[in-house]
Write a protein that binds this ligand. Sequence first.
Ligand code: SAH
Length: 409
Amino acid sequence: MVRQLEPPAAAAQPFTPMSESPSTEVPSTETPSTQPAAESSGAAVGARKDLVGLSRAELGAELGALDEAPFRAHQLWHWIYHRGATDFERMTTLAKSLRAKLADHYVIGRPAVRRDLTSVDATRKWLLGLADGHEIETVHIPEEDRGTLCVSSQVGCTLTCRFCHTGTQTLVRNLTAGEIVGQVMLARDKLGEWPSPNEERLLSNIVLMGMGEPLYNFDAVAQAMQIVMDHEGISISRRRITLSTAGVVPMIERCGAEIGVNLAISLHAVRDELRDVLVPLNKKYPLAELLAACRAYPGLNNARRITFEYVMLKDVNDSAADARELVRLLQGIPAKVNLIPFNAWPGAPYECSTDEAIQRFGDIVNAAGYASPVRTPRGRDILAACGQLKSASQRARRSAAPAEPAPSA
Ligand code: SAH
């Protein structure tokens, strides 16, 4: 699955914020980044291993190897994931000798912040450097009643969806569990959310909608989400986590059974001929199989629906007939439909549907009883919208000036 490794390049993350707030084109601000002591997560730093991303059992095994009682893992977990400590010296419930021993062997790392951009609408985007020099982006979208973190699961993506900029990026590797959790921990550092607040969190929700296909990196994603959901740590409920997939059918059931998070499906077309082109993975797992897997997803009911993402492409997939066919396909699935205005990028082979076409499409879906909100991009002035992040990162490095306003969706 892994293609060629390019020089660690810009992130091209198809970030898809979900908000109705208007965005404006006033220049953004950039926050100077303060680097934590240890950079990188999920990797060895020098001779010292990063503890971020280890499961509770793995943490216990590390302590066992140091001839420490495995139950110490409980205390260590609390410091790492509830208090956000990155310095063993601060772990005052541990004996001084243990703290010293831990510091000799381990680090509690964070990805390095290469850029920290804040939009006029308060959306915030971090360009993060990994231990091997690759870069990914993570985006925080504050809203009135929640704050959502859009997290990446791979560097790049192998799927080559026709409308997605990330599909044009060569290379790729899976992120480790530590690098996935590390995005959440870094965001919590930046938002000042340690120890874990009980309510009113700035980071209350997670969407696995960044760069990459999370179901192609299932083990690391699952381990990372188990850590993030753990009640004695970051403690974000599975009901506040949404995993988006282009439709890796065999993994959908495991996703439901093993992590039980909300599911979003990047559908984008209602006929196999077209979906084969837009989302080539469809040739492997065609619509009928995909929808059958959705029907079987555990725990669905009216309060817990699958989100079907549908990018609006002018004269390609946006007709009234398409909308009616979508309604037919969704029959019997507790579902909502998220209409995503296409964000153009240089050389993109499509245009965004007209407002009228989007409205007509949404009305038909809505009349059939499915909520069909239109997803309005957030953070456009920092080029954080879907499919724009690759060029944003490249541009950002060339110039310290605020990013230009993005082309409208
Ligand atoms: N690989 C997973 C996770 C990525 S989610 C998946 O496909 O679901 C990213 C979302 O952004 C997907 O729904 C994708 O269809 C959407 N997207 C990508 N490029 C876009 C663009 N240029 N305009 C609008 N939406 C886009």
